[in-house]
Design a protein around this ligand. Sequence first.
Ligand code: ATP
Ligand code: MG
Length: 575
Amino acid sequence: MSKEHIETPTDETLKSNFIHQEIDKDLQENKNQGKVLTRFPPEPNGYLHIGHAKSICLNFGLGKHYNGATNLRFDDTNPVKEDVEYVDSIKEDVKWLGFEWQGEPRFTSDYFDQLYAWAVKLIKKGKAYVDDQSAEQIASQKGTPTEPGKESPFRNRSVEENLDLFERMKNGEFEEGEKVLRAKIDLASPNMHMRDPLMYRILKRHHHRTGDKWCIYPMYDFAHGQGDFVEGITHSICTLEFEVHRPLYNWFLDQILEGEPAPEARPRQIEFARLNLNYTVMSKRKLLQLVNENYVSGWDDPRMPTISGLRRRGYTPASVRRFADEIGVAKRENVIDVSLLEHCVREDLNKRAPRVYAVMNPVKVIITNYPEGQVEWMEAINNPEDESMGTRTLPFSREIYIEREDFMENAPKKFFRMDVGREVRLKNAYIVKCEGIEKDESGEITEIHCTYDPNTKSGMEGSNRKVKGTLHWVSIEHSKTVQVKQYDRLFMDEAPDGHKDKEFLEFLNPDSLSVIDNCYIEPNYKDAGANFEDGIERYQFQRLGYFCIDKDSTEKQVIFNRTVALRDSWSKKKK
Ligand code: ATP
Ligand code: MG
């Protein structure tokens, strides 16, 4: 992975993926009049996660690459689990990632009338029937892949009776579970999805868009392919588990289109492997459980693999797009190392985040030969990777904080930080020499005494003197106090939901959040210019990592979230 790569649009990787090759072929054959229209079809039953980001980057990336377009469609066929809160969050997340859908967002519920009419058409053709059996009974008759299913006693109802019953289902005359509409296909098909699958069920539920208009709702399988068709989607990209549904989607379309003029476009489904990340759970059901049972503070908790969680953690849209590029698109399932995601944000922030000084675990240093009351404003470069980000000034005075870890008594030779008798450079200020320390009764160091060499300020002759070790620092009197939240992985196991005998919750990391109430930061950090396109301020705290300002910050209490450490600390940890 080279650094220059990070801003590359999704186009680059798309050129080499197999979906791209399939679409190229279609275009060469002038299918769909040379048009490409893709869609991203979430069900609004939870917040989007990093897996969805892969699908978003792929679908919108294809739309863009082929000068086509991409629809955003909410597949809202299950009123029990869906909510406008999810619709709103999904729109926000897609926009934040930097993509634009064609026209207004669409909803499968907008097609409920059309779907109902198509169901009636199937009944009239003798291709669908009302079944009075319970879901359990129907399931028990499905058979196995090698054994055919059993016919329902209601399979051979007359068309008239089916039409009457289906209409009465719609009119609310039956209770939930009393009846379903099934397609009449083939109970001996080796594909279980073709064994008279359900098309409609009774649900006397309020729908977030259609209200109480409907008390029957189409199954996802009877809605998804038709949704694509209605919208003129040319390429319907989805995850591998839908491969076995493809014959069913095609069967439904064949039935619907029979006797109709040939359509301009008929969706072609192409499947790819979903994203799996280690140390992460991605099922919406499990993420919802983490939220509902308060293991995290919400869908956007910075430890969540949701897009909103990543955003709050400080990830940039570019870093997420970059990650999608890196992992590419394949036909075979694999597990991606979460450190790749961290690598992508680190690379992006290295280029774009200004450097500022903050001390998280302070120890006081007194520079005994520095005049009391004197303040010097030192010039500091905001980002050595990007000169255009300019400089700012920070105050230097007699009493400063450094990190406690930057001092060691009787340190070994290789410890290039502070010890009595040694010299170090205070970055952007002077070279200082440690003369002594003071401790309390418990042996903890309370003060470090140093002298400075006035001839070593940057630009001065003495500043070129070689010293091993450069430390960051803040002037005590001038520093601001902020809160810092540091995050570690939410799960300690590589595959938290991959254990048969254990629940994923058993692998929660008890130390995934640690809070430092008093972190000292230079007063003018805002001058460093942390202007990101999404309005979130992101910084590198010199030598500590990348941090962003949390949305819950107030004038009085600024909260920083640690996005990622400067280096991958996990690669060294034991498994
Ligand atoms: P769940 O099964 O956890 O309820 P879902 O993944 O089915 O959720 P949808 O809202 O149906 O959620 O997903 C919308 C789109 O995102 C689908 O096209 C789906 O294929 C894709 N998608 C979901 N998860 C992943 C993933 N891990 N990797 C890539 N694409 C994904
Ligand atoms: Mg789904």
